[in-house]
Every structure is written in structure tokens, then in C-alpha cells.
Design a protein around this ligand. Sequence first.
Ligand code: ADP
Length: 674
Amino acid sequence: MSARSAQNKERKVLVLPPTRRDGDVTCALLRNAGLECDIVGNARLLASQISTSVGAVVLTDSVVNDPDLCSIVDALERQPPWSDVPVILLSRSESKSPADKGCFEKLTNLTLLDRPTSSRALVSAVEAAIRGRARQYQIRDQLESLQAADTALRESAERMSLGVQVAGLALAEVDYAVSEVHLSAEAARLFGVGDHARSLSKEEFLAVVHIDDRDDVSRRLLQAGDWPCKDPAAIDYRVVWPDGRVRWVSQRHHVVLNGLLQNHARAMIVALDATDRKNADRRKDEFLATLAHELRNPLAPIRTGLQALARPGGEVAAGPMIRSIMERQLSQMVRLIDDLLDVSRISSGKVVLQCDRVDLRAIAELAMEASQPFITAGHHDFQAEIAPEPVWVNGDASRLSQVIINLLNNAAKYTADGGQLRLRLWRTDIHAFVCVQDNGVGIPPNMLDEVFDMFTQVNGTLDRAQGGLGIGLSLVRRMTELHGGEVVAASEGPGRGSTFTVRLPVVGAPETAPALAAPREAPDKPCLRVLAIDDIADVADVLKMLLDLEGFETRVAYSGKAGLDVAKQFSPDVIICDIGLPEMDGHEIARRLRADPQTAPATLIALTGWGTEGEVRRTRESGFDYHLVKPVDSAALLELLSRIQPRVRSELSNGAVGLTADRAADCEAFTGEV
Ligand code: ADP
């Protein structure tokens, strides 16, 4: 129904006449006065229309004898509280007032007119009734809008409370007038006070706050002087729970004046449990401190070694020993950094396994070889029990050996000198097992699972961690899981040794055993011209030194621009270029080298500290053929150079450019890191 027709209905006068003629006369009269009017045929019909909406009702005393009179009265009684339909009853003056009769007594808005009545009296009574009825509708509308506002308020309060609950927010309020702090249920939980203690005096509240933070909280929250504050204030502090546990609370509060009592100040508090964040921050700080420490450790012997070499006679007396120490320390740093990179690659799901059917025994042999220096340094007695038959698994050989090396190194590290270490490798029908056992410091039962978490180190073993950052076991677990296996730790407790067992699914033997690769004949060393571009002169110069010693013809440049100039004059076969150069970076250098017909055919090798997949893709897009990550192993670099053919220089003079067949093959062989 449209609003207009609803309004018409609300103003409509319903007439129940004794005769049709009476009805027509009455309606004509009312319509003449501009009133909406309808004749209703009988009492039942009138009753049903009253229960929808109506402006007023006009009856005559003839209705008194109508057996359905009470249905009209019932309908009037069932009206909502705001409604009181006006009834105008035309009654003969000589008859006993029908208003006295039965159900009429119940009517609360009845106007009695003598019959016959004057037109004026009838019209004026009906108009008054309609005006009164209009006010009732106004009240109804106000009630409805109040109800709608109330519902909206309730819904918004529910949403707010749900939001507060989902966000884990605790709400509280300081009432400065009575010096009390009121807590929501969540706040009572956060502050560690029982639900019964949701209103605390200032003193009771301060007693919950950690003693070291009390002055701050008291000054910044409880003695808020400048009311109202312009901006919300934020403080972090500790609270102490009754069982002694300390939790961090991160709070924002705003001091406001109560709307009515302008001198009544309150602080509205929104607080969060910040314990996990604070602990993570602390762990991060500790980690960075350990990292700095562990990176500095290998640098100390390198620097001392260099200083010893510089002393007269130092080179002769201690050269080989110092170089081997430096080599070892450097490897330690490289391993640390590789582990860190692995952690970030695994965390972002970027580790791609190069899986093959591999014999776990060969991998264990490799791992034992790699860990031997650690085992020997600890004077440990080491025994290996390896399955007599091949143990085939589907895996990435270098990743699996990384797993075993980590476990062996840890066993050697966390066992006092002269300990006993054991490695066992066996298989069942479906699984392969590698078990590394030691009789070292052991692991408390509550840490057996936690040691696999990132950056976790058991208290009391830090002095033995020797360059560890607490990431080795986390890598072991994740690498094992990537291979569809699992690793568990066991220990009978501190001082009772530890056992780490890796379980991997086995696969069937390959149909034919892989042929041993024929040893490659060392290729004749080509006489290459190499240009090294790096803004760190030491890096470029040392590289030149190495390449000169290997018989290459080498030039260096310390900036991109100088590099482009040298490249034009020198026509190098290979350009080894840093990426992070000031002014013109390696990508730009590569693009310009490729754009110039004279330098375009050179093989471009990026040598950079960045080794992410994205960075490798970018160097390739800029025109590099290879991407090497610093610090590069000189053997790997020389091996790569040995595969590059010198350019036929007469071609250049003919202006021939483009990739030779060899170069095209090299591009395909581009694997990111060599
Ligand atoms: P890191 O050795 O660098 O500290 P790991 O992730 O390899 O890190 O090991 C985490 C922690 O587990 C170590 O700090 C040490 O407390 C404990 N742990 C690892 N292996 C052993 C072991 N074989 N015996 C006793 N504790 C060990």
C-alpha cells in the first residue's frame, strides 16, 4: 500500500448506519466538510476494519441490539497502546444512554451526540475526533522511530562488542571523581584480577601493575591533570598475575569530560595483551645480537691472521696455517648466511627440491665427510652403522646431506670433548631411517619439540652453540618434511645424550644402476679477456689478482661509466659486473653493453650479494648470462670461465654480432647460481 493510500485510510471515517439512506446522508454531509468517509455494511465488517486502521467510527444507538456489537468493542480493546479510536455514537435522547450498556462501558474515547443531531454538531465532533486521532498517529510514528533507533543502537552495541571480542580488546575506565578503575570482563582477565573485582580503587589497580612500571602508570594514567586531553595517550606496561606470571599490556586511553557533569573526568581505556609481541620483539633483538656476535666471531681470526701475515717473516712462518684458518672461518660465515637465506626461502615457500632417486647411503657418506672436521676437533669417538644394501629415496641429495650434516655437527657441538657419536642408517619395507646419537649435554623433556622451532636454543647450551643461531634444526625439520618425512628428538634429559631420528619414505631401486659419470677431461684453458666492474675496489682488484694468476688478461673498472669505456676499448670476452653500483647499476650497464654492437657479444656475469629468485630473473632480463652470488667460490668461477670460448676477434672487425651457438647453449644452461 502506498503511503498516500495508507494516510487516507488512517483519516477515514467509518459509518455504521441503521439504514442505507441514513448512511448516504451522513456520508454526504461529512464529505461536504472535506472528510474521507465510508459506509460499513455490518458490525463484523466494521470490527475487522478497526483492527487495520481508521480515523474515527460513527455509530447509532440501533447498533445496541446488534448481536455482533461486542465484536466492535473487542476490536477496539485489542488496539495497540498508542491507539484509541474515537467513536461517535448518535443516540436518541429519550432512550436510556447506550453508553451505559454492557460493552460500551469499556470504550475510552466515546463522544455521545443526541439524535437527531445538527449537521454542524456532527461535523464538528467528527473533525475533533480526526484531529485527536492524527495526534495518536504522531505518537505512533515517534514510538516507531524510537523503536528503530533503539534497535539500531542495540545492533551497533552488539557489533561493537563483537568487534571488541574478536580483537581481544579489554575495556576499562578510570573515574577520577571517585578514584576508581572499572574493568570489563576481558580487562579483568588481562589484569589477572578475578571477575568479582571489576571495580578497583586506584591503589588496588596499581598493586596489579609491575613494580617497575607503577610510577609511570600512576603519573600518566591515574593522575591525568589536563582534562580533557587533546589526543589519546599510549602506554605499554607490565602487570603481574596472582601466580607470578608477567603479562604485557599495550594500552591507549583518552581522558574525557562527562557530557552532563562537565567537571566529571574519566579516562576511557582500550588495552591489548601485548605479551606475545613483546616476546617476539625480545627474541628478534636477541637474535640480531647473536647474529652480530656470530658474524663477528669468524672475522676476528681473519683479521688477526692478516695482521700476522703482514709481520716480517709472518708469511713464511705461518702462511699455510693462517690461510687454512681463514678458509675455515670464511666457510663458517658463508654457511651461516646460507642458512639464513634458506630460512627465508623456506618461510616464503620458495625452496624447490631437485629430486632424484638417490641412495641415502651415499648421501650419509658425503655428510660424514663434511662433518669429519667437527667430529675430529671434539676428539669424539665416531661410529657409523650403514645398511649393507642401497636405501633408495626420492630426494634432493644436497638438501638431504644438509639434514644429516646439521645433525652430526650438532651432536659434535653439544657433546663434551671425547664423547661418543653414532650414525645409523637402515630401512624397513616402507621407510628409511637415519639416526644420529650422542652422549652429550642432552635436552630437557619440555624442549624436545621446541628445539625444532626457529631461533630456539636451550638455555645452558649457548656456550656450546659455536656460531649457531638456532636455525639448524628448524631447517632439518622443514627439509625433512618437504621430502615427505619427519624428524624427532629423544633424550633422557640434561647430561644424558640426545638422539635425532629422521624417517623418509623409501622408493624402489632404479631399473639400471646409474652409470658412473666419466671423469671429465680438463678443458684447455682458453685465453680470455675479462673485465671486472665493481665499485668496491678491493673486490675488483682481488678478482683481477686471481684471474691474472690463472693466466687471464684482466682489466678492472670501479664504476659503470668507466666499465662501459673500458669495455669499448678492451673488447672483453667476459664481463663480470656487480649489480648494486651507484649512479649506474649493473642492470643498466648490461643493457648498454648489449645495445652496443662492439660489446654485445661478451658473456655477462652478474656477481652480486643478492641471490633471490626475483633478483636472478631481473639480471637475466637485463641481459646477463650468469648470476653468481658473493662470496663466490673461486673454483666455481674458474670452472664457469673454462666453459666460455674467447671471441673470434676478426668477426668484430667485420661488425658481426649476435650469439654464437655456444653462447645460446650457455643461456639455456643459465641456472641462477653456479
Ligand atoms: P644452534 O645449534 O645453531 O643453536 P639448532 O637449531 O641446530 O641451533 O639447535 C637448536 C638448539 O637445540 C641448540 O641451541 C641446542 O640447545 C639444542 N640441540 C641441538 N642439537 C642438540 C644435541 N645433539 N644435543 C643437545 N642439544 C641439542
